[in-house]
Design a protein around this ligand. Structure first.
Ligand code: C6P
Length: 412
């Protein structure tokens, strides 16, 4: 299918607005993405026609809601190529997914003296759950160093994956550097040591084809809202053999087989993990987002984002006093571009760019150890997605130049 990316914006009503007297250019997609009409309509139609609780009522609406909710699970399974729907758990998002793995699987396999290996580019959601587990179990949290290009130092990784390493937990794509990590290689190395690989896919699944079986990840976590879906829905993929061994993290309605006075037994996968009324509309919205992405094609999206980055990078590199973070070789990165303007605080950069209608994020991006590693208090960050165009990229560059001019030379 040939996609007209310039026309795609029409599917996203929110993008058609004026912000601070300028047409909105939304470049904060790593934080959250906008929703196409197809997703908004799927949620609305569900509430208009099928709203009921799932797995409970035998009435028509109950069965309709259940079949749409479980149908959404099948869509997710196919999207990431899981082996079966039992391996797809609906969660609130990446953060919940990673916490579940650390709490339940970590509890099962980590012994005192074991090592958990992460990296300096991780999001707090892929650091703190492991810190907590390590403290509880007297295990050690070990960090993989980065190269001067902001990539994982794979020599360091290989050396640090030892017989003591039980879990490696790594982001597939960094939310600050945009770097894509070699997940399959890490999977091979940790499996040779009989350990397990957990992947934080929050910034990967929205932007590239992800095949969890080809990657051989033991667990893979991601969020719906970063891929055109609603907030409050996410996924934890896990291999069946591992999920079977794990205890549920939450207990209550709908996750039980039988409850007696003093003890209970659990439903089979995936429902033993999904206590209480789930985010039904969220799952349906996520499936609609996946349909939308499939229609365009994930390879086409990769190509589009790469074209945008290849287009904008030389323009950014030409700006004096602009520092760019992440690999210079654009083949190793996605459409996430972190930058700083010498002498201007990133928050001031983001505020000034907003005055030009350009939405970027500034701060530590929930990656404080990475900021310390980069010796930066914060960065500004633009992140592109499928609805962004070369005109947006031009506006982004113009807004940086205007910001620089304003702060460094004042009013003319
Ligand atoms: N990063 C960003 O602006 P949740 O909030 O659970 O949907 O996702 C958490 C998360 C985990 N890992 C990575 C790599 C992420 O980028 C994020 C979310 C946003 O960069 C909000 S801090």
């Amino acid at each position: 299918m040939t996609v007209s990316f310039d026309q795609l914006k029409q599917d996203f009503p929110i993008l058609d607005q004026i912000v601070n007297d300028e047409p909105l250019v939304y470049l904060d997609n790593a934080a959250t993405t906008q929703k196409p009409l197809a997703v908004l309509q799927a949620i609305e139609t569900y509430y208009h026609t099928s709203n009921a609780n799932v797995h409970r009522g035998v009435h028509t609406l109950g069965e309709r809601a259940t079949s749409q909710y479980e149908g959404s699970r099948t869509v997710v399974k196919d999207f990431i190529n899981a082996n079966e729907t039992a391996e797809v758990l609906f969660t609130r998002g990446t953060t919940t997914s990673l916490n579940w793995v650390a709490k339940s699987f970590g509890e099962l396999v980590i012994e005192p003296g074991d090592e958990i290996l992460i990296s300096y580019m991780e999001h707090h959601s892929n650091i703190i759950p492991w810190q907590q587990l390590a403290k509880k179990k007297q295990a050690k949290l070990v960090y993989i160093e980065l190269t001067d290009q902001g990539q994982l130092d794979m020599d360091d990784a290989k050396q640090k994956i030892t017989d003591k390493t039980k879990i490696v937990s790594i982001s597939h794509v960094s939310n600050v550097l945009g770097v894509v990590n070699p997940i399959k290689q890490l999977a091979d190395w940790i499996h040779e040591k009989n350990g397990y690989l957990v992947v934080d896919g929050a910034q990967a699944v929205p932007h590239m084809p992800v095949d969890v079986q080809a990657l051989n990840a033991d667990f893979y976590a991601f969020s719906g809202h970063k891929m055109l879906g609603p907030t409050g829905i996410g996924v934890l993929y896990g291999k069946r053999a591992l999920l079977e061994q794990m205890e549920p993290v939450e207990f209550g309605g709908e996750m039980i087989d039988f409850v007696e006075e003093q003890d209970s037994t659990w439903k089979e996968l995936p429902w033993k993990f999904e206590a209480g009324t789930p985010n039904i509309a969220g799952a349906i919205g996520l499936a609609a987002a996946m349909h939308y992405l499939n229609t365009i094609g994930m390879e086409t999206i990769v190509q589009h984002e790469r074209e945008l980055v290849e287009y904008v990078m030389p323009k950014l590199e030409a700006i004096e006093g602009l520092t760019l973070f992440g690999p210079e070789d654009l083949r190793f990165r996605t459409g996430v571009i972190s930058f700083n303007i010498d002498g201007v605080h990133p928050h001031d950069v983001a505020t000034a760019m907003d005055m030009e209608g350009v939405a970027v994020r500034a701060g530590h991006h929930c990656a404080q150890p990475l900021m310390t590693y980069l010796n930066q208090a914060a960065t500004a960050r633009a992140s592109f997605y499928l609805y962004n165009t070369k005109a947006d990229a031009d506006k982004f560059v113009e807004a940086i130049l205007a910001t620089k001019e304003f702060f460094l030379n004042g009013f003319n």
